[in-house]
Design a protein around this ligand. Structure first.
Ligand code: NAD
Length: 299
């Protein structure tokens, strides 16, 4: 059975690591937050004092960190601290599942290739529910060899696994998806509130739109209006899920990519402005469906 080092045990990494343990793999975990580590050791994980300690003899290293600067420091080192590339076995496969800028993924990929180590970016879609259920979509960027070897662990955590291209391609596909998701979430929120303001029941309106031409993922799986759908963040004071701050980060990445490629993305630019404003009002740690509150009438 494969040995796995898992670094970053937050809303997504925690349940992803748990699924590897359930599949019988030997998983050594590391996170800066001790409580996150304890939650996994209680489920059968081994723990290490550092990320390098966790990865020293692993077949696979999986990271699930907030942003590019964390990923770069983890793999390439920071100050006097060694990076994972300095210590992992040469035949290990490194898989970063964080959503980060493609440039950082490519930087790590180039350094890894120079050292003869396989590195792949594999950002995910499917949210915390998908992470818990083992039904994530993985969008991979890397060599055919890395993609093939990674199936051993990715199939345990995901239901759909795509090879988008070389290192960095997974990140580009992921930010395209998240830009579209933000636009759908804002549009769904304003539409639901328009209906409510004009006397409609949001549950009835949601049922109508789901099977009409406005139907989309947010209506099917992640309704932003409280109490329309059970077991989603909007029905739990917008706790858990995918934080507004992380959506702001992803929309910044999509706008950076648009500038670099001279692409026109007016809807993405507007969605970023709305989410930045929402975060500035103190909602950065709420789930991103809380953008609905920007449209709701003051009680
Ligand atoms: P999170 O903030 O809940 O978890 C991040 C974890 O990384 C935290 O536990 C933190 O302590 C840990 N961490 C930070 N720096 C570290 C380091 N140097 N070493 C070890 N651990 C470190 O975030 P999340 O929601 O789990 O998201 C993680 C990544 O997945 C982000 O890039 C996000 O954009 C992406 N993502 C999130 C979702 C979602 O629905 N939450 C969906 C898809 C993709």
């Amino acid at each position: 059975m494969a040995t796995v080092a898992f670094i970053g045990l937050g809303n997504m990494g925690g349940p992803m690591a748990a699924n590897l343990i359930k599949a019988g793999m030997t998983v050594t975990v590391f996170d800066l937050v001790p409580a996150a580590v304890e939650a996994l050791t209680a489920q059968g994980a081994l723990s290490a004092k550092t990320a390098c300690g966790a990865a020293a003899s692993a077949d696979y290293v999986i990271s699930m960190l907030p942003a590019g600067k964390h990923v770069q420091a983890l793999y390439l080192g920071h100050g006097n601290s060694k990076g994972l590339l300095d210590i992992v076995p040469k035949n290990s496969v490194l898989i970063d599942c964080s959503t980060i800028d493609a440039d950082t993924a490519q930087l790590v990929g180039v350094k890894a290739a120079q050292m003869g180590i396989e590195f792949m970016d594999a950002p995910v879609s499917g949210g915390t529910a998908g992470a818990a259920a083992g039904t994530l979509t993985f969008i991979c960027g890397g060599s055919d060899t890395a993609y093939s070897k990674a199936q051993t662990v990715l199939t345990v955590m995901g239901a759909n696994i795509f090879h988008a291209g070389a290192v960095g391609a997974g990140q580009i596909a992921k930010i395209c998806n998240n830009m579209l998701l933000s636009v759908l979430m804002v549009g769904t929120s304003e539409s639901l509130q328009l209906g409510i303001d004009n006397g409609l029941d949001p549950k009835v309106l949601s049922d109508i739109m789901k099977v009409s031409s406005g139907g989309n993922w947010t209506l099917d799986k992640y309704n932003p209006c409280p109490d329309v759908m059970a077991a989603v963040p909007s029905s739990n004071q917008y706790q858990g899920g995918f934080m507004v701050d992380l959506m702001v980060k992803d929309l910044g990445l999509s706008q950076q990519a648009a500038l670099a490629s001279n692409s026109s993305t007016p809807m993405g630019a507007l969605a970023r402005s709305l989410y930045v404003n929402h975060a500035k009002q103190g909602h950065g740690r709420l789930d991103f469906s809380s953008i609905f509150e920007q449209f709701a009438k003051q009680k």
